[in-house]
Write a protein of this length. Structure first.
Length: 129
């Protein structure tokens, strides 16, 4: 938490990983790690460019993933989940897996008990099968 408060995202990620190596079941550390990794990913992004790329290139999985990260950081949880579920539904292979994995990571940030995660998990299952 001290590293996060100081804006040291790399330090926070490492500190959470250290806690998890000693205590793999520590749910608070899992949540902290997921949040720190998300903040690390969006650091330095140009939000306008990311959103423009996602809008202009709906088939670009990397653009959709980046936009979903920004959506989540901005508090637009349903938008982030919906964007990635749609991407999973219309892709295959490695692209599909990349979108699915990022969606699962975002579920960790929000928390498994959140009703939006529960609904998105059902939607993901429909998209996959």
């Amino acid at each position: 938490m001290q590293a996060l408060d100081a804006g040291d995202l790399s330090g926070a990620v490492q500190a959470y990983k250290n806690v998890l190596s000693d205590d793999p079941g520590n749910t608070e550390a899992k949540l902290g790690l997921a949040q720190a990794e998300l903040l690390q990913r969006v650091q330095g992004m140009d939000p306008q460019q990311v959103r423009k790329d996602a809008a202009e290139k709906p088939a670009d999985v990397a653009a959709q993933i980046a936009a979903a990260d920004l959506d989540l950081v901005g508090g637009h949880v349903d938008d982030a989940f919906g964007r990635l579920i749609d991407t999973v539904a219309r892709t295959a292979g490695d692209d599909r897996d990349a979108a699915r994995v990022r969606l699962l990571e975002l579920f960790e940030v929000v928390g498994a008990d959140d009703p939006r995660v529960v609904a998105a998990r059902r939607a993901l299952a429909r998209a996959l099968f």
